[in-house]
Each structure stands twice: as C-alpha cells, then as structure tokens.
Design a binder for this molecule. Structure first.
Ligand code: SF4
Length: 454
C-alpha cells in the first residue's frame, strides 16, 4: 500500500451503477442467504469436532445490554436500566456453556476471545469477573489468548478497565462514531470530545496495548468538514486501529432508525466523498488501509498480517489469527465450525426459552457445500488481499472474465497474467467486486435484505 493515495473522482453515473445492495461478506454465504432447515441436534453432534482437534478456536461472547438506544444501531441490543437482568443473562450463559461443553467433549484451546454487544462494559466489575470465570470453566484460555473487548466511552470506569486488564484483556475498542455535537444529537448518542479523550487516557493508563476506535460515515448532518474534524480528532488519540464503517440505513429491518431524519442523510456521492477523504487522511497519517474499512498502524499485527497475506475475515471482521473455528455464545452470536454456520436466537426471549428447555439456542444455520467453500475462499481472498488469482475463479470462468472486464473498463481492477488486482478506486467497491463470485446474488435481489454497497 502506498504511503499516500490518489483516488480519482468518480462520476455520478459510476456511483449509481455500483450503489446497489449486497452483503458485507463477513461470511459466505451471507446470513440472509442461509436456506433450508437446520437441525439443531445435528449441530450439537457436529460440535464434537471442537473437542477432537487441536485446531485453534476463536470465541465470541455477545453481551446485548445497553443503557440507551443509539438511533443508527444495527446491533442486537436490549436497552435496560436493570443490572439484575445481567445476572439472569449470565446464569443462562453458564447453562449455554455447559451445553456446549457436553457437545464438545473436550476443552478447546482459545487463541482469541472477543466480547461484543450491545455494551460489554454495561456489566459491573463483579459481573465481568463472573463471566470470565464461567468461560474459564469451559475453555482453555491462558496468557497466549488474545482478549479484546468493545466498550462504550460513556460508561467506562477506571475500576472496570483495571478488572479487564487483570483478567488478561489487552485490546479495547471504543465506539466513537462521530465527534460532532450536531451529528451526535441526530443519532441519539451524546459523548463530548472530552469524554472520549478521558476514556482513551484511562485505557492507556490501565495498560491496554491495543486501542481501536470505531467511526461511522454516512450519518445525518455529516459534511466533509465535520467528518474531517472527527477523523482528525480520532487520529489525535493515536489509535492502533480504526474501523470506519458505512452507516447502513435499513429502517425496514431496524424500526428505531425511522427516527433518523432521512432528509439530512448524506446522499451517495457525499457518502463516497466522506469515506474517500477519511481514507486519504488515515493513509496520509501513516496508517495501512486494511480490507474495506479498517486502518492500522504499520507495526500493528493487523497491518503486518495484511502485508504478509495472512489477514482473515470472519463474523468479527478482519482478524490476524485464523481461529480455524469460531464459536459464538450469547444472543444472536454466530458460529463457524468445520464447514457449518449457526446463529443463536437473536431475541433475548427466544434465547432464554431454548436454554431453559435444555437446548443449544441455535435459530438457524447453513452447511457449506463444496461450491460454497470454493466461493467463500475466493471472496475472502478478495476481501483481505484486494486481488483475485485466476485459480480461485469459481463457476463459469468465461462469464466471470466478462464481468471483470466491465470492472476493468470502469478503472476498478487491472488484469495481470495470473490474477486481477484491485486499483485504489476499486477498493471502494470491494463488495461489488465480490458479487460475480456470489452464487446467491441474482437479478431479483431486492433492496431490502442488504445495505448499500457504497
Ligand atoms: S451502544 Fe452500540 S449496541 Fe448499544 S444501542 Fe448504541 S450502537 Fe447499539
């Protein structure tokens, strides 16, 4: 990746051509494309794979509680003011872990564990310790395991961070989104610059070695000037990593987003300009551009993995360690084990009922076919490396070459003797570049299942 980046201007026609809905490819097939009946009992039997292998495991723990609802939220979150609800959730998590332990047989070794949400730091210090103890009872988690946690800067306390550090957490990810007061008011998330700065300082003082900041572009009232100040503000904290996601406005799927005034949302070319300027600022500040929307300091393991072609993409986003398997616990969490995908019940009530009935709380899943596996390998390679060797092409190769020639004509890719490589402009359309490889995309795709690709 060059130290500075030149991205040509795009025409409205080009943007309109590619501003179409599609998956983000944290999995292939994408979750809405999982079809057919899924046998929860067969899933439980399949989990014996985890006990029978030394293959590294990544563990995701979903903690769905939040103190208030952000209007842009696309996560599975339950707003509450009662900490007692967390106690009951942890008790059931304990039961879910027992069910998993029975299914797995042996204790798998965990190479990375991530707590996400919701708001993991909605938990009190004692609840954090209790959850960690529950997990230690089921999995091999030790000093070699990389532990990371998402945190809301509005709730974070020194004792909470100290507790997490004592348990071995070294990476923390703060949701910043935007630092501008007008934008914050429009999205229902007020967190003044000083509050974010204090949260960053606390994390550094308590010894977190990896600091990630999440930003979102495409929010109401964002303009190039306002978002530039947010990006520069984020850079002033010297984060190790930044994720800069595009806001997915899907009010037909997330009813609370109807409270966002659509008349002040940036339109397609404005969204593109916001992200292009952000990319340019991060790259100019010395960060590596990783995949679609991540940035990392050159010495950060994520950047080193990207440089070495060892980057991975899973439901947690871009990662360095290939947990060959990913196991999710808690509501809505997604697992990927030995060619099978499964998602826990997204609704708290459904998840509780399944556990109380003594069942693993899976709601749906998908068993990968050979064709799925080949396409998944190609799409993951494209998403992580911004290139596609011809030997990873799947399906009707002639038709694929035709599709990619169109991308080449638009300046998104270049043909090499043995591969296609993605141009700096094409990096903005990486999702589009994966569509020809996706057997589940069709001309009949409606706009309602996925967010826009630009
Ligand atoms: S804190 Fe995060 S998970 Fe909770 S409502 Fe806000 S965006 Fe959603």
């Amino acid at each position: 990746m060059p130290a500075s980046l030149h991205v040509p201007n795009v025409t409205p026609a080009l943007l309109a051509k590619y501003d179409i809905p599609g998956p983000r490819y944290t999995s292939y097939p994408a979750v809405p494309d999982w079809h057919g009946a899924f046998d929860a009992d067969a899933w439980a039997s399949h989990l014996a794979v985890l006990g029978a292998t030394d293959a590294p495991l990544a563990l995701y723990v979903h903690l769905p509680f939040c103190a208030s609802k952000c209007l842009y939220c696309g996560c599975n979150a339950t707003v509450t003011t009662r900490t007692g609800i967390v106690e009951r959730y942890l008790s059931r998590l304990g039961t879910e872990l027992q069910l998993l332990a029975r299914a797995m047989g042996e204790r798998p070794r965990v190479v990375e564990m991530h707590w996400g949400g919701g708001t993991p730091n909605f938990l009190l210090d004692g609840q954090i310790e209790r959850l960690h103890d529950l997990l230690l009872g089921t999995f091999d988690i030790d000093g070699r395991t990389e532990l990371s946690v998402e945190a809301d800067p509005r709730l974070v306390t020194r004792s909470q961070l100290r507790t997490l550090r004592q348990l071995g957490f070294t990476r923390i990810s703060y949701g910043v989104q935007d630092l501008d007061p007008l934008v914050q008011e429009a999205i229902g998330r007020i967190q003044p610059v000083s509050l974010v700065r204090d949260a960053v300082t606390l994390a550094r003082e308590e010894g977190f070695s990896g600091l990630n900041l999440d930003l979102i572009y495409g929010l109401p009232h964002q303009t190039p000037d306002r978002f530039a100040r947010t990006v520069e503000g984020a850079l002033s904290y010297s984060p190790d990593r930044v994720a800069c996601f595009g806001y997915a406005h899907v009010p037909w799927m997330r009813a609370h987003q109807k409270r966002i005034d659509e008349s002040v949302l940036p339109i397609a070319w404005e969204r593109f300009a916001l992200f292009r300027d952000a990319v340019t600022r991060f790259v100019d500040a010395g960060y590596r551009w990783i995949g679609i929307d991540h940035f990392a300091r050159p010495e950060d393991p994520l950047a080193l993995a990207a440089d070495a072609g060892r980057l991975h993409r899973n439901f947690m986003g871009y990662t360095t360690r290939s947990g060959e398997h990913l196991l999710g616990v808690g509501t809505s969490s997604i697992s990927e084990v030995g060619g099978w995908f499964a998602q826990n019940a997204p609704e708290l009530g459904d998840w509780q009922r399944a556990i109380d009935a003594g069942h693993l709380p899976v709601a749906r899943g998908h068993v990968l076919s050979d064709d799925d596996t080949a396409r998944r390998t190609a799409i993951a390679h494209l998403m992580c490396n911004a290139e596609l060797p011809f030997d990873l092409f799947v399906g009707d190769v002639d038709a694929l070459v035709d599709r990619y020639e169109q991308f080449a004509a638009d300046g998104l890719i270049e043909f090499e003797p043995d591969r296609i490589t993605v141009t700096p402009l094409g990096r903005f359309f990486l999702r589009n570049l994966a569509f020809p490889l996706d057997a589940y995309r069709s001309a009949t795709d409606g706009p309602r299942r996925f967010s826009r690709a630009v």
